[in-house]
Each structure stands twice: as structure tokens, then as C-alpha cells.
Design a protein around this ligand. Structure first.
Ligand SMILES: Cc1cc2nc3c(=O)[nH]c(=O)nc-3n(C[C@H](O)[C@H](O)[C@H](O)COP(=O)(O)O)c2cc1C
Length: 173
């Protein structure tokens, strides 16, 4: 028994969904921070993951689009609920809600994040400000963003992201 627990080396998977790359870069930053604890880390696009075998904890991240977490995150949680319910799981969402002038935006974003992780109980959750490049969206969406007064730019706060990842180290044990 003792032999088994000693041989169970910690291995953390950071699984991300992304459409325009900003969540992927956040996932990589989280992976780099977690690696500093000496743990084996794999950062992978959620679409490439075929199994959770060998992982002892999982961090899931995805962007928010139209009030919901990216559908690939929701599918991933559904597909692997059994395995994920036996290990520590953390989840982060990336969006522009923190820059949205509407006061309810952050509450709505957190609700989308919490809905995506049901029925699991994550050890930690986070909402990070993302990035929006007007060149990457269509004319109508640009008009919508302007009307909603949601700004363009790269709002990713690397210090906040690193601080969250640093705290995660202990929680994912
Ligand atoms: C069409 C569209 C819809 C969006 N909807 C939301 C939203 O509902 N909530 C939010 O917080 N951010 C929203 N965003 C902002 C994205 O979540 C943000 O740009 C994020 O950084 C994108 O991540 P990605 O680069 O990994 O795809 C939206 C962006 C676009 C272009």
C-alpha cells in the first residue's frame, strides 16, 4: 500500500480550449508556474486529449463566448466526469467581463464558469481578463462590442495569473 502511494508521482494536466489563442497563452503561463514546484506538467489543447490516465490533478481553462464557457470545456467535463471526480480539479475562464461596464457582467461570467464545471467541486476557480483584437471579429460583432462599450485590447494580467497558479500548487496535491 505504502509502495503504491509512493510510486504515484504527481502529474498535472492543464487542459485548455481557445478560439483566438489568448486562453492558450494563459494556460501555458499557468503550466510554467506550476512547473516551478517540481511537478510534471502537461499543457494541452482540450481537442488533443484522448485520456486522463496517469494524471493526478487537472486544471481546465476556456474562453467565454456569448455568455457561455466554450462548448469544448463543457464536453470535456461531461466526458471525463468519472475520472475528474476522483482528483483535484481547478477551472479558469477567460473573458472581457472584467472590462465590461455593466455591473452584472462579472456575476454572469462566474455563473457561466460554475455551470461549466457541474457536477464537480473545483478546488479553485478564477476569471481572468482576456484579449480582443478587432481584426479577428466581424463587422457586426465589432459594432455590438462598441455599442456595449466593451474595449479592445490585451487585458491579460500576468501577475494575477501567476499568483493564482502559485496558490494552486498546494491545492492540487
Ligand atoms: C463574439 C465574441 C463573444 C464574446 N463573448 C464574451 C462573453 O460572453 N463574456 C466575456 O467575458 N467575454 C466574451 N468575449 C471575449 C472573449 O472571451 C475574449 O476575447 C477571450 O480572451 C477569448 O479567448 P481566446 O483568445 O482563447 O479565444 C467575447 C468575444 C467575442 C469575439
Amino acid at each position: 500500500m505504502l509502495y503504491i502511494s509512493e510510486s504515484m508521482e504527481k502529474r498535472i494536466l492543464v487542459a485548455y480550449a481557445t478560439r483566438n489563442g489568448s486562453t492558450a497563452e494563459i494556460a501555458q503561463a499557468i503550466g510554467r508556474e506550476l512547473e516551478k514546484t517540481g511537478t510534471a506538467i502537461t499543457v494541452a489543447d482540450i481537442m488533443t486529449i484522448r485520456s486522463l490516465e496517469g494524471y493526478t490533478a487537472v486544471v481546465i481553462g476556456g474562453p467565454l463566448y456569448m455568455g457561455r464557457m466554450d462548448g469544448l470545456v463543457i464536453k470535456f467535463v461531461k466526458k471525463y466526469t468519472g475520472e475528474l471526480s476522483h482528483m483535484p480539479v481547478a477551472i479558469f475562464a477567460v473573458g472581457l467581463a472584467p472590462k465590461d461596464p455593466k455591473p452584472e457582467a462579472i456575476g454572469n461570467a462566474m455563473m457561466a464558469l460554475e455551470t461549466a464545471i457541474i457536477p464537480l467541486s473545483p478546488v479553485s476557480t478564477a476569471l481572468f481578463a482576456g484579449k480582443l483584437d478587432p481584426a479577428k471579429i466581424g463587422f457586426l460583432m465589432r459594432k455590438f462590442m462598441e455599442m456595449a462599450k466593451i474595449p479592445y485590447g490585451d487585458f491579460r494580467d500576468w501577475e494575477t495569473i501567476a499568483a493564482w497558479a502559485k496558490e494552486l500548487g498546494d491545492k492540487l496535491r
